[in-house]
Design a protein around this ligand. Structure first.
Ligand SMILES: Nc1ncnc2c1ncn2[C@@H]1O[C@H](COP(=O)(O)OP(=O)(O)OP(=O)(O)O)[C@@H](O)[C@H]1O
Length: 701
């Protein structure tokens, strides 16, 4: 049961004033949720400012610096409405103080609200950005403008929040304010010794400080309020992870005794032998599975390092021992690709491999569910549909979760919530720094694939301005007529007026015309069947050029594709570029990657693209990326911060993570089921910061 004191925070966002269906949609977008019903008041409380506007600067009109936000106290001299018949001309209000005159400039003014807000001969306060033209200052659409009496509430320091298009900063601020007011007086969930030692303010005080900053120092990542909340968040994360691990481990492992019979056949079917590090990983996995504790292992390997083969060996072991194995992929395309690969390698065994996705037809799905329940299906491959409530496994011994870089303990918890706790192998592709591993996975055993399969040739990477597009088209013509295959990646799906990015559809049309051949297209808005078809045509060589958005970024494997063109490379995160480039260089043919950019490049932008040219080492790229951009962008996803965290930043709060890890271990050693007095406090913390995850876990417990 959720502690009642948290109820106001878990109330739907729509209970706040001013949130109707239209606003609701915007908030859902802001919080990256399906719809407004998934948003809680708490989401707003956790939506912390990224910067602030300081309106304390009151230099007087004559001394207002160009482009700076200032607040001016003045006297209204006159109004100058636009001349009749010229509605596009500005409406000006002239005010003065003892240093000079300022024009307040408004466009498209309707009605007479300006006369009311800024009456002639009134003392007024205005705040906004000042620009100078020909020695005259003007303020276009002041952020605030009213008589002195009406302006008592002018916020001199104003938080600025991360936004989404369509939402106004004012509306967002007001809603957040209303949400923060609902913050109850929470009892302290940390031990007094911890709060005292680090001078942590209370939770309520901390949020109030962040949402009502007095100056920039309050928003500093090292400010006590921010550190407190970051620590809480890390602690909640570490405790959830430790609990999952504890649960998984506690359920006595079913030792898997592999006979090696099936895996020997599979190896024969593979056109290569495993690399040394693949062998080492397989061995570690088999050892784990044979033991009486549940395996919980992370398999980390750079793009194209051959993680799938390791996973397949592990799954074969589960089947040899008479059980089932599942492989969960992050996307439908990947699930189908895994299915194909695995079917190919298991063709001369009696292993039955089955696909289960969310998009199957009812009859097909029913049949699949029956085969899973009867144990007829040995290996089940799919998306998150694998762990839905109505899927019952006959004898699930191993779950492989291909997380790529979409971290989340969700799936792992989902399994435990179903009362299942098979051996677990989690695969990640993006090379992640240790701190990030710790934050996203907690303490897990780790196997790393450090070598690339033999025979791989380095990928030639070139950084090329868009102006040379026609050269590239010619190169592609030559290459495809020689039988080579190429990807062409575009950043956006459909043309949009806010952006000059060429959409995939448009690029597809242009290239089809220029090359006079059939060209494939894959983007996120196509149906699964359409995507499959496009991938199949490209694999079989019926199309030799595939225009795609980043839907193909993770895991797509067409080993004979050797050319990768990335349009607007300057707009991608480095890790994402690395992932994309990793789609070529997967066979023994030499490959090329062309990074097309639209100039002029910033210094930083040039440095980033140069890193791509200089190295193919994912770990090095990740490190450089971290240096240049910060970890949020490292994963190429979130606008800010660390994935899964609202308040904590791995870069800034690494020390707190380490502390949280130790404290979590201590707390759970003392009270493994969180039943004691401290345990109850910690449960509150878990609900607050991990929500449904925590809820699932507590139910599962
Ligand atoms: N030991 C090996 N020798 C040669 N080729 C291999 C070896 N292991 C795997 N491969 C091949 O290398 C390619 C990449 O393997 P896989 O798809 O498993 O990579 P991955 O680690 O999942 O990479 P990504 O994260 O990019 O998806 C595949 O075409 C696979 O058949």
């Amino acid at each position: 049961m959720r502690p009642a004191i948290l109820d106001p925070l878990f109330a739907p966002l729509s209970t706040l004033p001013g949130i109707g269906p239209r606003m609701g949609e915007l908030y859902a977008k802001l919080f990256d949720r399906e719809n407004i019903d998934d948003c809680r008041v708490l989401d707003l409380v956790l939506h912390v400012p990224s910067s602030l506007i300081d309106r304390r600067n009151q230099p007087g009109i004559a001394l207002a610096p160009e482009g700076a936000i200032v607040t001016i106290k003045g006297f209204v001299d006159r109004h100058q409405p636009p001349p009749r018949g010229n509605a596009s001309a500005p409406y000006r209000v002239f005010i003065h103080d003892e240093t000079g005159e300022l024009a307040l400039t408004y466009f498209r003014v309707k009605g007479n609200w300006l006369e009311k807000a800024l009456p002639v001969s009134a003392d007024v306060i205005v705040s906004g950005k000042v620009n100078w033209f020909n020695g005259r200052p003007s303020m276009v659409h002041p952020d605030y403008a009213a008589t002195v009496e009406d302006m008592e509430k002018l916020p001199l320091v104003e938080p600025v929040y991360p936004m989404t298009a369509g939402l106004s900063p004012k509306a967002l601020r007001k809603t957040i304010e209303a949400a923060v007011e609902r913050l109850p007086d929470l009892p302290e969930w940390l031990d007094a010794s911890v709060t005292a030692k680090h001078s942590f303010p209370s939770v309520k005080e901390s949020f109030e400080r962040l949402h009502h900053p007095r100056d920039a120092a309050d928003l500093d990542l090292q400010a006590p309020a921010r550190r407190r909340l970051a620590y809480d968040e890390f602690l909640a994360g570490q405790i959830s992870l430790a609990l999952v691990r504890q649960r998984l481990r506690k359920a006595a492992g079913i030792p898997v005794h592999a006979t090696g019979e099936l895996s020997a056949r599979i190896r024969k079917a593979m056109p290569f032998s495993l690399t040394g590090s693949q062998e080492a990983a397989v061995q570690a996995v088999l050892d784990d599975m044979a033991g009486d504790q549940r395996m919980l292992r992370l398999l980390q390997g750079d793009v194209g390092s051959g993680k799938t083969a390791v996973a397949l060996m592990a799954m074969a072991a589960a089947v040899e021992a008479g059980g089932q194995a599942v492989l969960m992929a992050p996307t439908e395309i990947l699930a189908r690709q895994h299915l194909e690969t695995i079917q190919k390698y298991t063709a001369n065994t009696n292993i039955s491999v089955l696909l289960l996705t969310g998009k199957m037809k009812a009859a097909e799905r029913r049949e699949a569910l029956e085969r899973i329940e009867s144990g007829d299906a040995n290996i089940v491959i799919g998306t998150h549909a694998l762990f839905q409530d109505n899927v019952n496994y006959a004898n699930l011994l191993l779950a492989v979760v291909d997380e790529q870089h979409r971290f989340g303990v969700h799936q792992r918890l989902r399994l435990t919530a179903k009362g299942l706790s098979p051996h677990m192998l989690v695969m990640t592709a993006t090379p992640i720094p240790r701190t990030l591993v710790l934050a996203a996975f907690g303490d897990m055993d780790v196997s790393k694939l450090t070598e690339k399969p033999a025979g791989r040739k380095p990928i030639q990477t070139a950084v090329i301005p868009m102006e040379r597009l026609s050269d590239i088209v010619e190169r592609l013509r030559a290459a495809t007529s020689e039988g080579k295959k190429a990807y062409w990646i575009c950043p956006l799906v459909e043309e949009s007026d806010v952006s000059d990015l060429m959409s995939a559809e448009e690029r597809h049309a242009v290239l089809t015309k220029a090359l006079g051949q059939r060209i494939g297209l894959v983007h996120g808005r196509m149906s699964a069947a359409e995507k499959d078809e496009a991938m199949a045509l490209f694999k079989s060589g019926q199309t030799r050029l595939l225009v795609a958005t980043t839907v193909i970024e993770v895991g797509v494997d067409v080993p004979d594709a050797t050319i990768m063109v990335i349009e607007h490379a300057e707009r991608f995160g480095l890790a994402q570029l690395h992932q994309l480039r990793g789609r070529v260089g997967r066979g023994d043919e030499a490959s090329t990657c062309l990074l097309l950019y639209k100039g002029p490049l910033s210094e930083n932008g040039r440095a980033r693209l140069n890193i791509m040219r200089e190295t193919e080492d994912g770990f090095l790229i990740a490190e450089e990326d971290l240096k240049l951009r910060g970890e949020g962008e490292l994963l190429g996803t979130r606008q800010s911060g660390t994935p899964g965290f609202h308040l904590a930043s791995l870069e800034a709060h690494g020390d707190l993570l380490e502390m949280a890890r130790k404290d979590a271990a201590y707390i759970l050693t003392k009270d493994p089921n969180l039943e004691g007095e401290r345990g109850n406090r910690i449960r509150e913390l878990l609900y607050f910061h991990r929500r449904d995850e925590a809820i699932r876990f507590l139910r599962a417990g």
